[in-house]
Design a protein around this ligand. Structure first.
Ligand code: ADP
Ligand code: MG
Length: 317
């Protein structure tokens, strides 16, 4: 597939809106409220959000399974409306729900899919793909006899038959056990190493943190964060000191370790600091030295979970 130039994003989404028509006289559901972001080429991009956030809606629009209300989606430089055919060829989708014809073997599943995409016989890579997803020994088994994990792996192979430069996985590890989750993570990392841009949705922070180069967070149909994982995790390196002072706060203290410092009520201070750069003891001594008399202290630790909760509560960070 001829790529748009390497500098271009693998996927570009602008002002994407999806309104589901009301079912049976109910209210219309605004599942995406104007979402914009880019997925850089070569990355593992995580779309993180709680159930009902709009992740599958977004993926299904990319897959051409759900019709968007407005906005634009480019895949590998191809607009999904104007250049539907090329856009479709540029992407492989692993859906959230496992659906298979139970009477086909893994090999047949891949061959059928290749046929559907018009991949000519000598360019098919069914055997190679089965090896890649560690299913070579199940080549001729009935799909219905495969375990849940094997089925997921087969779905990944199926999404790759036309060698798309972009692979999208919708909740690949929802409801799978720890070991299988590991296997899937390895598989995704392998595919990425071979040059495939990966987008995956998940509601597991740990998964996004471990796998993804960049994480976007979606909640109630809105994108509320989009940062390199390192930066998001950096936000989780923050710690908070809550202090009660003997005297009313007039001037705020200062210290190079502070990220933020603000007065809370008349006697309170809330100090956010980077726990890699300072510790509470140092900060308290510095405060004493600056003439602040502390009568009470509590600390709060932020982890990615907190960052997520804060972000989804739409509190500015
Ligand atoms: P996620 O994948 O993040 O869990 P979804 O994209 O599946 O979220 O759903 C987003 C919102 O849109 C939810 O409120 C869901 O109930 C609603 N929704 C999803 N599909 C439909 C549909 N076909 N008709 C009406 N509402 C839908
Ligand atoms: Mg979903």
């Amino acid at each position: 597939m001829t790529a748009s130039s390497p500098a271009n994003p693998a996927i570009s989404i602008r002002d994407l809106v999806k309104r589901y028509a009301p079912a049976g006289g109910g209210e219309a559901k605004l599942a995406l409220k104007g979402v914009s972001f880019d997925v850089p080429q070569g990355e593992i991009f995580g779309l993180l959000g709680p159930n009902g956030a709009g992740k599958s809606t977004l993926i299904n629009i990319m897959a051409g399974l759900v019709r968007k209300t407005s906005g634009s989606v480019d895949i590998w430089g191809f607009d999904i409306d104007r250049d539907q055919r090329n856009a479709k060829r540029a992407i492989g989708i692993v859906p959230q729900e496992i659906v298979f014809d139970p009477f086909f073997t893994p090999y047949e599943v891949l061959e059928n899919q290749a046929g559907l995409y018009g991949v000519v016989k000598h360019l098919r890579r069914s055997e190679e793909l089965l090896r890649a997803v560690h299913l070579a020994d199940k080549r001729d088994a009935y799909a219905r006899s495969l375990s849940g994990g094997m089925k997921r792996r087969l779905l990944i192979a199926k999404a790759l038959v036309h060698q798309p430069p972009v692979l999208v996985l919708d909740e690949p590890t929802a409801g799978v056990d720890v070991e299988l989750r590991r296997q899937l993570w390895e598989l995704v990392t392998e595919m990425n190493r071979e040059g495939v841009t990966i987008v995956l949705t998940t509601h597991y922070l740990e998964e996004a943190e471990e796998l993804c180069d960049r994480i976007a967070i979606i909640n109630h149909g809105e994108l509320i964060a989009n940062k390199p994982t390192r930066e998001l995790v950096g936000m989780a390196r923050e710690k908070v000191l809550l202090l009660t002072l003997a005297n009313p706060v007039v001037d705020l203290p200062s210290h190079p370790g502070f990220i933020r410092c603000q007065a809370v009520g008349e006697h309170g201070l809330e100090i956010t600091y980077n726990k890699d750069k300072a510790n509470a003891g140092e900060l308290l001594s510095a405060l004493q030295a600056q003439g602040f008399s502390v009568v009470d202290v509590t600390t709060k630790e932020a982890d990615l979970e907190d960052v997520f909760v804060r972000l989804t509560a739409s509190v500015a960070v």
